[in-house]
Ligand binder design. Structure first.
Ligand code: C5P
Length: 303
């Protein structure tokens, strides 16, 4: 008998590097990025229902600001898998949000990945991984990575992944901002700031790869980079203060996470992360502070 309820959790990500190439004709930028999954998780429970269709509810900080209709990526994920498998869905889905909303940590993508894994299990589809990846890529550039987790290079729109063999566990502190930043607006601002300049093809830094192979947080701190950072700071000047304070407090490195406005601070170890989190809270430059470790696996069934 098929289980009538499946719970899946999926991680947030930070881009250890986000190298943004020129704007393509399809409206997307060619990327060279290094994704890193961290231990902030959204949790999705899907249940079979007597009612046909897909019904979504959400809980967690600020989740009331999100739509629960077909524009929600979680809904689109359920419908995409159902269409692929020829299933007539009759399910309810509940998303417990813990990843900051519109925070540059791919929370929506995590929810979509979690729904794909949960529905695949609920409907006993056993969809081959490459097919699940292909469906994920139609939903958003970061969704395939949320399925895989770990540390991975992403090229193309960010959806074409190669795992990175990284040594060690890294301790992070995340500075969460008031409100979110829409990703398209940050890419537009990046284009505006670069107007008239030659934009080179994206590349992945050898120093970054070296630091991951060595499992060296000091080196990793120096290698962190994000081409969207200037644009995010231009739209939210407060982020400049967060990054300056992070440096003063002795973070090994600090960057805007993805398109922001969350900032990621790298610590030496868990104790240092706790110190940084306490000092950052006292500095009163962000809404709240969260600690997390990486890398962690992608979307997985729990319980
Ligand atoms: O793929 P996704 O829907 O997550 O992308 C959201 C937006 O981010 C896109 O509409 C586009 O404006 C921008 N984007 C981009 N280049 C990428 C990925 C995303 O310009 N490689």
């Amino acid at each position: 008998m098929a289980s009538d309820s499946v719970t899946v959790r999926a991680p947030a990500k930070v881009n250890l590097q986000l190298s943004v190439g020129p704007l393509g004709e399809d409206g997307y930028h060619e990327l060279g990025t290094v994704f890193h999954a961290v231990s902030l998780f959204d949790e999705v429970t899907v249940r079979t229902s007597d009612e046909p269709g897909v019904h979504l509810t959400m809980s967690g900080e600020n989740s009331e600001t999100l739509p629960v209709d077909d524009t929600n990526l979680a809904m689109r994920a359920a419908r995409a898998l159902a269409a692929h498998a020829g299933v007539e869905p009759a399910i309810t889905m509940h998303v417990r949000k813990n990843i900051p909303i519109a925070g540059g940590m791919a929370g929506g993508s995590a929810d979509a990945a979690a729904v794909l894994v949960a529905c695949d299990a609920l409907w006993r589809l056993d969809t081959p991984k490459d097919q699940l990846d292909a469906i994920a890529a139609t939903l958003g550039s970061d969704v395939p990575f949320a399925l895989h987790g770990g540390t991975a290079i992403g090229v193309g729109r960010g959806e074409r992944l190669t795992p990175v063999l990284a040594r060690g566990t890294y301790s992070w502190v995340f500075a969460l901002a008031e409100g979110g930043l829409p990703t398209p607006a940050v890419y537009r601002e990046c284009d505006r700031l670069r107007e008239g300049r030659h934009v080179p093809a994206p590349h992945v830094s050898e120093l970054l790869m070296q630091s991951l192979r060595a499992g060296d947080p000091m080196l990793l701190g120096k290698a962190l980079s994000n081409d969207l950072q200037v644009a995010a700071v231009s739209l939210r000047s407060g982020l400049g203060r967060v990054l300056a304070v992070a440096e003063d407090l002795g973070a090994l490195g600090a960057i805007v996470s993805g398109s922001g406005p969350t900032c990621a601070l790298l610590a030496r170890d868990p104790e240092h992360a706790l110190d940084l989190a306490v000092s950052l809270t006292s500095a009163d430059v962000c809404r709240t502070v969260k600690r997390a470790d990486g890398p962690v696996p992608g979307a997985r069934v729990v319980g």
